[in-house]
Unconditional design. Structure first.
Length: 354
């Protein structure tokens, strides 16, 4: 069985990071799987020494001529290397693949990674009809599409993201005090990413509670100003984008706060936090309840006004915090590479059987 995963992401974020981990899981399990990337991208450069990752798609801006070149390049690749399944993960590679598989023996499948991709419209209907099967990043997307699954969640590296002692060295590096209850957020500092809600929740909490924000983006300056306006400027700490130090930042905090989805709704950051032993306080967003049971691994709330109250419960009760920490770690282990491969391999075999 030969599988080609395609993802038109250019950076190590969103669906691209998820699909890389899923492809790696398949390769490690003995499948002939490859990952097609955007040529000349930051991601392609990063992965250039990995034998099963290869540049196949042109960079934006994408004109009709670049679409045509993508289709031709992909069509020739499928014929030459006899892929059984071409698995698209974003809209661009889905459109390209729909034409590229014509005249080949390959089956086209798609994972929908965000709720907005489940909507059927004038342009998507013909595309969906050309697609043999669909998988979904969470149950909410599947239900919106009118299906029950299969669900292909992110794969969590439970060895990299694991509970451990707080790193005083890492906290000192960013000027974060060690004697506070630390609430972690991870995400791009951009519109719609929920950081203002997180800052407001923190401002309603005692001075013994501080927030650590991992990420960068165009709203960083405004968010710092907003924290200062709320009287919590000295209790919000900003680390920027920290991929290599991210596991230690998870381990150095006491709880994880999740207030908005990114471009991929498998909610990978929640899984990383849970694997690190952090109780989660999250808004009830698509995919969250696939991972977190309210009152078990943390709390799932219906509105931003409930965030601070749930965090205060964790602050007040070390026993509750320890219980939820253990539950979170155990739940994260349900999203191992082995368990993903078991689900994905059944999906691919069913597609090939027709």
């Amino acid at each position: 069985m030969r599988i080609l995963n395609l993802v038109a992401g250019e950076k190590w974020t969103g669906a691209a990071a998820v699909v890389f981990d899923q492809t790696a899981a398949l390769v490690d399990a003995g499948f002939e799987a490859q990952l097609g990337l955007v040529c000349g991208s930051v991601l392609a450069e990063r992965l250039r020494n990995i034998g099963w990752a290869r540049p196949l798609l042109e960079r934006p801006p994408r004109w009709p001529s670049s679409y045509a070149r993508d289709v031709l390049r992909l069509h020739q690749t499928i014929l030459r290397e006899k892929f059984d399944v071409v698995h698209a993960h974003t809209s661009h590679d889905h459109y390209v693949s729909a034409f590229a598989v014509a005249g080949t023996d390959a089956s086209l499948v798609r994972t929908l990674h965000h709720l907005r991709h489940a909507r059927r419209h004038l342009f998507s209907r013909p595309l969906f009809l050309r697609t043999r099967a669909f998988a979904f990043a969470n149950r909410s997307i599947a239900e919106a599409f009118g299906a029950s699954g299969p669900i292909h969640p992110p794969v969590v590296d439970a060895a990299r993201y694991r509970p451990a002692e707080r790193s005083a060295e890492v906290l000192r590096r960013f000027g974060i005090p060690e004697d506070r209850f630390l609430v972690l957020t991870v995400g791009k500092m951009a519109k719609g990413r929920g950081h203002a809600d997180a800052i407001s929740a923190l401002a309603r909490m005692p001075d013994s509670v501080a927030a650590v924000h991992v990420g960068h983006g165009e709203l960083l300056g405004w968010l710092k100003e907003r924290a200062a306006e709320l009287g919590a400027g000295d209790r919000n700490f900003w680390t920027g984008y920290q991929e290599h130090l991210l596991p230690e930042l998870y381990r150095s905090c006491d709880a994880f706060l999740f207030t908005a989805s990114g471009s991929e709704q498998g909610q990978r950051a929640i899984l990383e936090a849970m694997a690190s032993g952090l109780p989660v306080v999250a808004l009830d967003l698509p995919g969250v309840r696939d991972l977190v049971t309210d009152g078990r691994e943390g709390f799932v709330v219906s509105g931003a006004d409930e965030l601070s109250g749930r965090l205060e419960q964790l602050v007040a009760s070390p026993r509750l915090r320890a219980e939820m920490s253990g539950n979170a770690r155990r739940r994260a282990l349900d999203f191992s590479a082995e368990k993903f491969v078991a689900v994905a391999s059944n999906f691919y075999r069913a597609v090939i059987r027709g």
